[in-house]
Structures are given as C-alpha cells and as structure tokens.
Write a protein that binds this ligand. Structure first.
Ligand code: BGC
Length: 260
C-alpha cells in the first residue's frame, strides 16, 4: 500500500525524544517535511534533526513551550508562513507528572501537566485548524494514552488531561469534518521510551507493568510511529473523531485474564 505522504508538511510537538522522535523519523522517511518542535533539550533536537536530514527530509527545528498560548500560536504561524500551509499536526508533547494522590497533589504540578497535555494541543490545534478548515484539508493527530480510559492512581492530572484531549479531539472532528479536516487520537499503551524508563529499567517494576498487558510485552516506539504514519496519510481518509489504541490490549484489563 502506498501511503502517499511525500511532500506533506507536518509539525510534530515534543519531537526531540521518545514517541515524537520515532514519529518524526517515520514521517521523514516517507518524504514528509518536518517541523520539529522541542522545549528543553536543544542537543536532542539537533541529534534528531541530523538523523532526519539523512533521509533527505527538510527539517526545521522550533523551540516553543506549547503550554504557553503565544509561543504555540507563533510556532504554528511560523510554519504556515514558511510552508504556505500545513498538512499535518501531531500533538505529541506531554508529561506524566509526579506521582501524587489527588488530595496531596501540589497545585502547580497538577496544573503544569494539564497545561502541557491538554492546553498545549488545544493551542496548536486552534491555530492549525484555522488554516486547515480554510484550505479544506488537513489532519490533526493527538497522542493520548490508554489512560484516556484507564484510571491511574497517583496520576489524576495525567488521566484527566488525556481523557479531556480525547473528547476535545472528537468535538473538533465534528466541527471540522464538513471541511474535509480529520482530527483523531492515537492512544499508546506502555511503550519503551524515556517517559517510563524509571519503570522498565527496574526488573520488578517491569514485570508488574507487563502483567497489565495481555500481549505480554511493552511496545516499541516504531510500532506506534508506523500507525501514526498511516493515520495521518490519505490511506486513512475515512478515519476521524475516534481513538486508535496501540497498546497490546492493555486497555482491556489484563488482570481479567483469570478469575473475576
Ligand atoms: C504513560 C507511561 C505508562 C503507560 C502505561 C503512558 O501513557 O506515559 O508512563 O507506562 O501509559 O501505563
């Protein structure tokens, strides 16, 4: 199947590591021009863009904090002007936040997670949709999580932000659908990236995590990136307003393999 991404223009947030890095690589190797957003680690952004350029892709790095509306708007505007439009926005930037029970949560930590994971995608999508709706094409892929449906004790800000992003995406899909613009979510399960390295680098924690995955192993970033490439391509032209899970069936409550 030809997923026909050649020459498309994609802005990917949080692209200097983890899933954002893998998605950028997959899209670049399919001929997509990449707007590589990062926030805290310019050295990682340089490393990733160096690797992407080897594929022949055009890569432009842009430092911005997506949780700051002005920075997010300026970034989208920059790429729209530079490229003369935008085809794809992948809202990937996100953090898990610090473990804290809801009644013990530090307010600024709680708000930080929601601002990065929910407000950030909204700010970027708001600007991108103005152009996509006017040009009558485009796709926004929001990276959520199995925790858009699975509660996760100690991570209330994270689960709330991902569930909120899921519903925001479906609403935006309704709003922009008649203009030919797709908005959807990709929900990864436990994928081996720096975000959960503290878990998978410890054998006991890794065993506990894997026991929650019916497929019996963690996922690799490339397994998410390949699905992302399909979803933003015209091959997925009738998929919108929904969430595609890439999770080894994690959301289906592995603990119910026995008993009940
Ligand atoms: C989180 C990871 C976690 C996974 C499964 C993801 O959304 O970012 O830290 O391992 O969900 O719980």
């Amino acid at each position: 199947m030809d997923i026909s991404l050649k020459g498309k223009r994609a802005l990917i947030t949080g692209a200097s590591s983890g899933l954002g890095e893998a998605i950028s690589k997959e899209l670049a190797s399919s001929g997509v021009n990449i707007g590589l957003n990062y926030h805290s680690h310019p050295e990682d952004a340089d490393r990733v863009s160096g690797e992407l350029e080897k594929t022949g892709a055009e890569v432009i790095e842009f430092r911005a904090d997506v949780s700051d509306s002005k920075q997010a708007f300026d970034m989208v505007d920059f790429f729209v002007k530079k490229w003369g439009g935008i085809d794809i926005l992948v809202n990937n930037a996100g953090i898990d936040g610090k473990h804290a029970l809801s009644w013990e949560a530090d307010l600024s930590e709680w708000e930080k997670v929601v601002k990065i994971n929910l407000f950030g995608p909204f700010y970027c999508a708001r600007e991108a949709l103005k152009h996509m709706v006017a040009q009558k094409k485009g796709v926004i892929l929001n990276i959520t999580s199995v925790h858009e449906t699975i509660p996760w004790s100690g991570y209330g800000s994270y689960t709330a932000s991902k569930a909120g992003l899921s519903m925001l995406s479906k609403t935006m899909a309704q709003e922009a659908g008649s203009s030919g613009v797709r908005v959807l979510c990709l929900a990864p399960g436990a994928i081996k990236t720096p975000i959960n390295q503290n878990v998978w680098s410890n054998p006991e924690n890794l065993n506990d995590l894997v026991s929650k995955i019916p497929f019996g192993r963690m996922g690799e970033p490339e397994e998410v990136a390949r699905v992302a490439a399909f979803l933003v391509s015209d091959a997925a032209s009738y998929i919108t307003g929904c969430t595609v899970f890439v999770d080894g069936a994690m959301k289906d409550y592995a603990n119910f393999i026995h008993g009940g």
